[in-house]
Design a protein around this ligand. Structure first.
Ligand SMILES: [Zn+2]
Length: 316
């Protein structure tokens, strides 16, 4: 039986349950140079975000994939406390995002050096990336990463992003962890596919995040035919019709085994009073899932919200 690496330790794949595979607890968009643990109070973040997690726990959610990368507010201690308090399995990540959220070392290290750092975050524990960027020292939290989160820039891929994609693939090949890549632009998706194919990533280890923001249908088909996960993760009241249409097309083409649904919602905004403008996580389960059940039946909803996330985030 496979396992999933959560912030509180490994669990059996079958224990993950109803899961939101792309959400955020906290973000700080001040940039890699200014990001700092002193910019927020862990207790306040936990106090603020716990009600949102309890709300989805009440709706039956037991799995939550936190996609906030290093240097944008990734805090494994906050996630572990919330996981305990809410009774939800939470996953955090290793990897690096894109400018202006990249530290100096992203440019200096080779793909293999980055991959080695990320393997250690999965196998030994997530390090305090801010400490590494400032001092070069490695300080680990007692929490392991369960997947790799990266990003590609919009347009032809920049050298540093290509290196990050290669590092992510190598980390995945050494650990079995999934790679979630922020895209949202057709050229970005195609560039990503080119690099991961060159690196011989197993298709089912790639989650193409924000694919629902891409209009070009041929790009969706290319992702799905190759065998990667299509992450339709921008679900909200205003995107419901659009997402249902995308889902309908994916189902008609026989790709129900490769679709993930989430909301990219949350989050405590570091630097703003009370972490203002937080979008809750309940819409998908409370309002969107009934629409799926109505149109396509209970078993499809179960596949999309329980079985698919478990298979995507299982350590292979
Ligand atoms: Zn996101």
């Amino acid at each position: 039986m496979g396992k999933i690496r959560t912030v509180l330790g490994d669990i059996h794949t079958s224990s993950l349950g109803l899961t939101l595979p792309h959400e955020h607890v906290m973000c700080d968009f001040i940039g890699a140079k200014s990001v700092d643990r002193g910019r927020y109070d862990r207790r306040e973040v936990v106090r603020t975000m716990l009600p949102y997690l309890l709300e989805i726990r009440q709706l039956g959610v037991t799995g939550f994939v936190d996609c906030t990368p290093a240097f944008i507010g990734r805090d494994p201690i906050v996630l572990a406390e919330l996981s305990r308090a809410a009774g939800i399995h939470i996953l955090t990540n290793t990897g690096l995002y894109k400018e202006p959220y990249l530290p100096e070392y992203a440019y200096k290290c080779s793909a293999d050096e980055l991959a080695a750092m990320w393997v250690a975050e999965i196998e030994e524990g997530v390090e305090d990336e801010i400490v590494r960027a400032r001092t070069g020292r490695v300080e680990r939290f007692p929490v392991k990463a369960g997947f790799v989160k990266i990003a590609v820039n919009h347009g032809p891929i920049e050298p540093v992003q290509e290196k990050i994609v290669r590092a992510a693939v190598r980390c995945s090949q050494l650990t079995g962890a999934a790679v979630v890549c922020h895209t949202g632009h057709p050229v970005a998706v195609l560039e990503l596919l080119r690099v991961v194919k060159e690196e011989r990533l197993e298709p089912d280890r790639l989650v193409v995040a924000h694919l629902d923001a891409v209009d070009d249908r041929s790009v969706h088909v290319e992702v799905l035919e190759w065998g990667a996960w299509a992450s339709y993760d921008g679900i909200s009241e205003s995107t419901t019709e659009r997402t249902l249409k995308l889902l309908e097309l994916a189902l008609a083409e026989g790709f129900e085994e490769r679709v993930l649904l989430s909301q990219d919602a949350g989050w405590y905004n570091v630097g703003e009073p009370g972490g203002s403008r937080i979008r809750g996580y309940s819409y998908l389960v409370r309002d969107f899932v009934p629409l799926i059940k109505e149109r396509w039946g209970e078993s499809l909803a179960e596949k999309l919200l329980i079985r698919n996330p478990a298979r995507a985030f299982e350590m292979k």
